[in-house]
Write a protein that binds this ligand. Structure first.
Ligand code: IMP
Ligand code: MG
Length: 181
């Protein structure tokens, strides 16, 4: 396998490129089937999810538009307080929104974003996440499109970072315990 700068902390590949690609194709087909004839917008929270988004949008064979937002979570804060650092460029009233996420962990960030988007009266609002760390969930969220349930381990690659790095690994991997301790 190709080696990447920094991958000495990678423990093992959890989801290979091929496994991810096959699941992304299935998710794309489902989203397309559910949104034919809609004003479909894929909304993505920067930054890690853009890797998944780039593959997912090309697996959706109906017209769609992309929009982006950025948030910062207050580290250590309770109640999932989140600040919008970049808002969407376009209004979403009447549009069919699919929020694209790389991974849902506690769900606090996503819960905040969904509440904010719902207040803008989209025709529909659903969630597509590649990875679901479901044992860690604090708030119960409806997830219409889920790629994989994953264990409660720190993961890197395919958009997921450790201190800003390893997003460019083409697979999802666990990292050595001593790297996250
Ligand atoms: P939460 O669902 O509000 O707890 O936060 C989810 C966010 O935490 C994700 O969008 C990632 O940015 C980050 N995150 C959660 N688990 C991991 C992981 O295993 N590796 C890298 N980032 C993670
Ligand atoms: Mg994220």
């Amino acid at each position: 396998m190709t080696r990447y700068a920094g991958d000495e902390i990678v423990e093992r590949v959890l989801l290979s490129e091929d496994v991810i690609a096959a699941r992304v194709a299935e998710l794309g087909r489902s989203i397309a089937a559910d949104h034919s004839g809609h004003d479909l917008r894929l909304v993505t929270v920067l930054r890690g999810s853009v890797i998944f988004l780039a593959d997912l949008c090309r697996a959706i064979d109906v017209p769609l538009a992309l929009d982006f937002m950025a948030v910062s979570s207050y580290a250590g804060g309770s109640g999932g307080s989140v600040r919008i650092t970049k808002d969407l460029d376009d209004p979403i009233e009447g549009a069919s929104i699919v929020l694209v996420e790389d991974i849902i962990d506690t769900g606090l960030t996503l819960n905040y974003v969904l509440t904010m988007l719902r207040a803008r009266n989209p025709a529909s609002l659903s969630v597509c996440t590649l990875l679901d760390k479901d044992v860690r969930r604090i708030v119960d969220l409806p997830i219409e499109y889920r790629g994989f349930a994953v264990p409660d381990r720190f993961l890197v690659g395919y958009g997921l970072d450790i201190a800003g790095r390893l997003r460019n690994l083409p697979y999802v991997a666990t990292v050595r315990e001593d790297a996250v301790a």
